[in-house]
Ligand binder design. Structure first.
Ligand code: SAH
Length: 471
C-alpha cells in the first residue's frame, strides 16, 4: 500500500507568531491563507510589492523591514519562505532549521519540513487535502468537490458543537450515546437552526435535547428517506448524511446497491423486498419492524425509491410510528416521474398545452380500482403513471373509455434516472404492447399527455416499432 510522505496534522497557531519571508506574489498568497488563522502574522520584507503592501495595510500583519535573522525566528511557531531566489531560499531554510522551527519554502519541497495542503475552510471545521506534493491540481479538484458538498455556512454546525461540547462530554459518558446525540443534533432541528444562523436558539434546543438524553433511555428515530430514482448523484445531501450516520437501513428492492453502499459501513442493512413477483415482507410486518428497531433506541433510515410520499405506502408507516410515539422525519427524494421527464426532455407543464400534472397509479391498493384520472386526462394534464407496465392494457382502456384519444402522445421510460435507461416513445394506443414484453425488466414510468409531443426525438426509440419488433 502506498504510504504518505506528508502526514496531515492540524497545528495550533493560536496567538503564536508565524513568519512569512518575501516581497512578492507568493508571500501574498501565503498571507491570504494565514489571515484565516488565529496566528500573529509577521511579514519579513524590505520592499514589498504594491499589492502585498496594500494587503498588509488592510489586515493585521506586522511588517519587519529587516532581513531574516535567528532572533526573529526563535519566537516563531512556523516560518514560510518565498524569497523567489533558490540560493537565498536555501540559506533562509537552513537558518530556520538551525533554530528548530519548522519551515516551508514555497515550491521547494526539498527545503521544507512541511507542506500546506489545499484547504476547505468552514471554521471551525477545516478539510485539508494533500497530494504529497505530486498532484496539486488533483488536490484542487478534490477541493472543488468538497467545497460543493459543504454549504458555506457549514461551519455554524462546528460552532454549535464547540458551544455545547463540554456539556455533552460531562453529561453523556459512553461514546455510543454521544455519537447518537451528535447525529441527532446535526441532522435535526438544532442543526437546521444553526445553519440558518440562529446560533443561540440552536444551542438552547441542543442543550434541552441533551438534558432529555441524559435521563431518558436512548430514543430511536426513523427517517423516511427518498433515495431518488437510483443514480447515486441524484440522492440529496441530506439523505446521504443520514445514510452515513444510520444504525440500520431498511430498504426496498428498487433501491440499487450503489445507493446502499453510500451508507455507514457498519450500519445493519435489512431488505424488505417489495419488487413485483419477488417475495416481500408484508406491510404490517415492515411497520412493526420500524417500531421495534427505533424502540431499541436505534437510528433507522427507511430508504425508499424515489420520493417516500409518492406511492411509497409511507402513510401506513407513519401511522404505526405515530401510534407507538416514535419520532420520525421525512426526507424528500426525486420521484420517478421527474427523472423520467428529465431523461426524455419533456416539460411536464407547458404554457398553453399542459397546466397540471397527475401522479397516478395503474394498480389500485389491494384490488381497489385506481382513482378516476380519466376526467383529468381529458383536461390536458400530463399523467405520470406508476406501476403501469404489467397493467398498461387495462389502464389504457380506462383512459380511452374516459374520453382520451388513443393518439395522445405517450412515453415509457424504463430505469429512469439510473443505469440501463431506455426511452420508448409512441401513443396511448401503443402502450398495451408493454404488457407482454419480457425484456423490459426494470421499473417503468409512463407519461401520457399532449406535452409528451415535445419529448426529444433523438433520445427515444419508437414504442410501437421497438415493441412489436420484439413481440
Ligand atoms: N416512491 C417511488 C414510487 C414507488 S412505486 C417514486 O417516488 O418514484 C414503484 C413504481 O415507481 C414502479 O412500478 C415504477 O412505475 C416507478 N419507478 C420507480 N423507480 C423508477 C425508475 N428508476 N424508473 C422508472 N420507473 C420507476
Amino acid at each position: 500500500m502506498a504510504k504518505l510522505r506528508f502526514f496531515p496534522v492540524s497545528y495550533d497557531v493560536d496567538g503564536r507568531i508565524v513568519l512569512v519571508v518575501g516581497d512578492g506574489a507568493q508571500a501574498l498568497q501565503k498571507l491570504r491563507l494565514l489571515v484565516r488563522s488565529r496566528a500573529r502574522l509577521r511579514l519579513i520584507s524590505a520592499c514589498p510589492a504594491a499589492d502585498l503592501a496594500a494587503f498588509i495595510a488592510e489586515h493585521e500583519v506586522e511588517q519587519v523591514a529587516l532581513g531574516l535573522c535567528p532572533c526573529l525566528i526563535k519566537d516563531a511557531a512556523l516560518v514560510f519562505i518565498a524569497s523567489g531566489d533558490e540560493q537565498q531560499d536555501a540559506a533562509l531554510s537552513a537558518m530556520a532549521r538551525a533554530c528548530g522551527v519548522p519551515v516551508n519554502v514555497v515550491d521547494r519541497p526539498h527545503l521544507s519540513d512541511f507542506a500546506v495542503p489545499a484547504i476547505v475552510d468552514r471554521a471551525p471545521i477545516a478539510v485539508a487535502i494533500s497530494s504529497d506534493g505530486f498532484a496539486p491540481v488533483l488536490a484542487q479538484r478534490v477541493r472543488a468537490l468538497i467545497e460543493a458538498a459543504l454549504p458555506p455556512q457549514f461551519g455554524r454546525l462546528g460552532a454549535l458543537a464547540q458551544a455545547i461540547r463540554t456539556a455533552v462530554m460531562t453529561t453523556l459518558h459512553d461514546s455510543a450515546s454521544r455519537r447518537k446525540f451528535w447525529a441527532r443534533i446535526f441532522d435535526g432541528e438544532a442543526g437546521r437552526l444553526a445553519l440558518d444562523g440562529h446560533g443561540e436558539q440552536a444551542r438552547l434546543l441542543a442543550l434541552q435535547g441533551l438534558r432529555e438524553a441524559s435521563f431518558a433511555p436512548a430514543r430511536g428515530i426513523v427517517y423516511l428517506v427518498g433515495a431518488g430514482p437510483g443514480a447515486e448523484d441524484l440522492l440529496t445531501l441530506r439523505a446521504h448524511r443520514l445514510l452515513q450516520s444510520a444504525d440500520v437501513i431498511v430498504y426496498d428492492a428498487l433501491v440499487p446497491e450503489a445507493v446502499l453502499a453510500m451508507g455507514r459501513r457498519d450500519a445493519e442493512r435489512l431488505s424488505v423486498g417489495k419488487r413485483k413477483g419477488r417475495h416481500s415482507m408484508p406491510q404490517d410486518e415492515i411497520n412493526a419492524l420500524l417500531v421495534r428497531l427505533a424502540g431499541e433506541g436505534r437510528m433507522v433510515v427507511r430508504l425508499k425509491a424515489g420520493d417516500p410520499l409518492v406511492f411509497g405506502r409511507v402513510g401506513e408507516e407513519i401511522a404505526a410510528l405515530r401510534e407507538a410515539a416514535i419520532p420520525f422525519e421525512i426526507v424528500p427524494g426525486i420521484t420517478a416521474a421527474l427523472a423520467a421527464a428529465a431523461d426524455s426532455h419533456i416539460p411536464l407543464t407547458l404554457r398553453g398545452v399542459a397546466s397540471h400534472i397527475v401522479f397516478a397509479t395503474a394498480h389500485g391498493a389491494e384490488g381497489e380500482e385506481p382513482a378516476g384520472y380519466e376526467a383529468l386526462a381529458a383536461s390536458g394534464a400530463t399523467i405520470a403513471l406508476y406501476m403501469g407496465k404489467s397493467v398498461a392494457d387495462k389502464a389504457v382502456a380506462r383512459l380511452v373509455a374516459g374520453g382520451l384519444a388513443a393518439t395522445t402522445p405517450a412515453v415509457a421510460v424504463e430505469n429512469a434516472g439510473r443505469a440501463g435507461r431506455r426511452i420508448l416513445r409512441g401513443t396511448l394506443g401503443d402502450l398495451p404492447l408493454l404488457v407482454k414484453r419480457e425484456d423490459v425488466t426494470g421499473p417503468v414510468l409512463i407519461l401520457i399527455g399532449p406535452a409528451i409531443a415535445h419529448a426529444s426525438d433523438a433520445l427515444a426509440e419508437n414504442l410501437a416499432a421497438a415493441l412489436s419488433a420484439a413481440a
